[in-house]
Design a protein around this ligand. Structure first.
Ligand SMILES: Cc1cc2nc3c(=O)[nH]c(=O)nc-3n(C[C@H](O)[C@H](O)[C@H](O)COP(=O)(O)O)c2cc1C
Length: 218
């Protein structure tokens, strides 16, 4: 791309040009026939902003509060996994960007930087995301096509508790609970690409993983 990207579509195109296909597909793809993904995009298109006219715009203030924390505009960073697939600095860089914009980043449970590294990267309000059901077996770099779902990981809520406690100790202000993902969607591009992702840092020392199995070592 000749010039700096100016909107999200141009960032997407830039990503397509520079990322390995497997990772680009991971970020951009949805599950099955991607109906939900398309509907989400359409839903955003249907939102209209109604401008108010003949009002004083010399000082525009879009700030608001979330759980009592002030942010510069009603825009936050949703939890998204594995930022290091896009850049070696991963979630640490995203956290700095959130801090610079004076907004809140929600760090994904399955981040590629640790909760502690992200917390110490800059001073900002941060939330931490947890899954209600642990389906880690699908997320820890397994071949997504095998569909295995080892019980011992699914049932180990103490693993979630450990990580939540680390987040609390590192100053995260809230736990965001994801309840709509009891297991991973059937992401066809990831299956075709035989998606393999790096070790998830928050689980180092807790879970050991390889391509075909997950074992709990605590
Ligand atoms: C690449 C990618 C990774 C994601 N990872 C997570 C995650 O780790 N945890 C989570 O709760 N949601 C995750 N999500 C879901 C997002 O937080 C968000 O709910 C979803 O993108 C819909 O929001 P949108 O309509 O603003 O895109 C992920 C979404 C994408 C696109």
């Amino acid at each position: 791309m000749a010039s700096e990207p100016v909107n999200v579509h141009e960032f997407r195109e830039l990503a397509r040009q520079v990322l390995p296909k497997m990772y680009y597909d991971f970020y951009t793809g949805g599950a099955e026939d991607q109906h939900t993904l398309k509907q989400n995009v359409d839903a955003f298109r249907r939102i209209m902003l109604r401008p108010r006219v003949l009002v004083d715009v010399s000082r525009v203030d879009m700030s608001t509060t979330v759980l009592g924390y002030k942010i510069s505009a009603p825009i936050m960073i949703a939890p998204t996994a594995r930022h290091q697939l896009a850049h070696p600095e991963g979630e640490v860089a995203t956290a700095r960007a959130a801090a610079a914009c004076n907004t809140i980043m929600v760090l994904s449970n399955i981040s590629t930087c640790t909760v502690e590294d992200v917390a110490s990267s800059c001073n900002a309000v941060r939330f931490f995301q947890l899954y209600f059901f642990q389906f880690l077996s699908c997320l820890l770099g397994l071949k997504l096509s095998n569909g295995t779902f080892p019980e011992q990981v699914y049932k180990r809520r103490d693993i979630s508790a450990q990580i939540a406690q680390r987040a609390e100790k590192s100053g995260y202000k809230a736990i965001i609970l994801t309840v709509d993902a009891p297991r991973l969607g059937r992401r066809e591009a990831d299956i075709k690409n035989r998606m393999v992702a790096p070790q998830l840092k928050n689980f180092e020392g807790i879970l050991s993983t390889d391509v075909n199995s997950v074992s709990v070592i605590v």
